[in-house]
Ligand binder design. Sequence first.
Ligand code: F6R
Length: 590
Amino acid sequence: MCGIVGCILNKEVAPTIIESIKKLEYRGYDSVGIATLTDKINVKKGSGKIKEVDDQIHLTEIDGNIGIAHVRWATHGNPTKENAHPHNSCDNKISVVHNGIIENYKELREELEKEGHTFKSETDTEVIPHLIEKYTKQGNDLLHATQKTINKLIGSYALAAISIDEPDKIIGARKESPLIVGVSEDGNFLASDVPAILNETRQVIYLDDNEIIQLEKDNVTVMNNQLEPIKKEVVTIDWNPEMAEKGGYPHFMLKEINEEPQVIKDTLSESPKIKEIVSKFKNFNRICFVACGTSYHASLIGEYLIETQLHIPTEVILASEFEYFQNTLDDHTLVIFITQSGETADTLKALKTAKKVSETLAIVNVVGSSITREADHVIYTRAGPEIGVAATKTYLSQLICIYLLVAHLSDDTWLIDKLSKLHDYSLNSLKHEENIKNIAKKYKSASDFFYIGRGFNYPTALEGALKLKEITYIHAEGYPSGELKHGPLALIDEGIPVVGILPPGPSYPKTYNNLQEIKARGANMIILGSEEDTQINQIENKILFNPGIDEIIAPLIYIIDLQLLSYYTSIEKKIDPDKPKNLAKSVTVV
Ligand code: F6R
């Protein structure tokens, strides 16, 4: 779970590389480093966020027209300067950056140490430059030495290597960690993800597992593991660089929440493609969703929709728990994988198992990501790049895809009609910003928050609570509203904020009564409901939505304001919502 960049230009490369690596900071921000080639390998690295390290050691003040860089999310070894990438060979002739995990690094390290290699870090990665060094000393060039090295590795990697003996090239390789190539007239690029290169080019090659790449200033050669050249398609990306920038907002998260009306339009435009995919499904009598975190909450809403609207038995499995449930899959089960990044290791692992027996569908935001290449069918969520670590617009786009899927599976137009109003509803939700800021100010010091909802809006309660704990570090729990009296009500005390999700619909009377039970115990209610709801008029903290938003459609609209509530609480607490502690955007470790 790190980000890597490699770049060859006919000018000083460091300013471009550092700008690129900043775009990957969402993948990790424990430490950062850069290596460039002149007549020697020059390295600058340090622990901390890119800006902090740059302020101290001026990362761009390093010569060379060819270089590699890395942002780290620590797995093996603490986030120290010594463990920061790039890592060099003993003779400092070879430098490597790596994203992934080398599972057999201990054995390899022992072997190399016996052969006389000295290690400077605790990382799994450091075996790579030492192995390349070993093979170059046996007479191999950088390409062949890298090939021999990766044949020794067990685990996952996206890596880039440079050598002072071949100062005109970067060798890259990928297996189970993302790696793309950017092609331009001024030079060529390697990166973990597209936003890193969008300032330089929109021409992209997606590398597949077990491919090796030789990058030169005017040439890009993609090869298979036997080093036979492979012809790859160059794809033009329709994201522009501004889409990957903050666009004038103080944080990516706020920008991404404000992009939701557009995301609704873009994702709804996928409706014909979803219809076509649905027509290709084989017969199935059971649906199984597999996902993690926020994507798991989107899946839960899918379960409610499918069970109530299609009457197909449906279950939702956390990807990390999948192995305990995999034995009942069969060729009449449709397994749906939901993931914004398309790289979540647990989800990818579950998909590889499920596809052996069942038909698989992936709902993914990142085009060309690993999961899109494994599933039988892929639906893209069209949210555009999401940089804030907390998922916002990608969650909404996942929900829209699930609703469209259900609409096409049932061949019903009433749901499509409802979805056509979402854009206007979402614009209205964004107008609640000032009200939400005030609520955030009032409750910023709360130590606990409860979120309750029923039916389709129980997962909304879970997602509201997850968003709050993620970016404010306040303890928050989501419950089905009927469950509180079976235990958690004991935790409700005078002044505890409880967010009640109360849209109009058949579940309204029961949820309303549950909220009265909580209010009677002295909780501070924050109610999300309809403008037409006269019963909630007397409540001080309320966020009111268009009356047309009933309980089926509410998960798509109410969540926007719950995201804003978390965002402004985070701001009140002076936390950077884009980079919550201990978390990363793309979780590529199991
Ligand atoms: C929370 C969040 C995470 C992800 C989870 C799965 O805001 O973003 O809970 O939802 O890590 O990630 P994906 O969707 O990339 O598989």
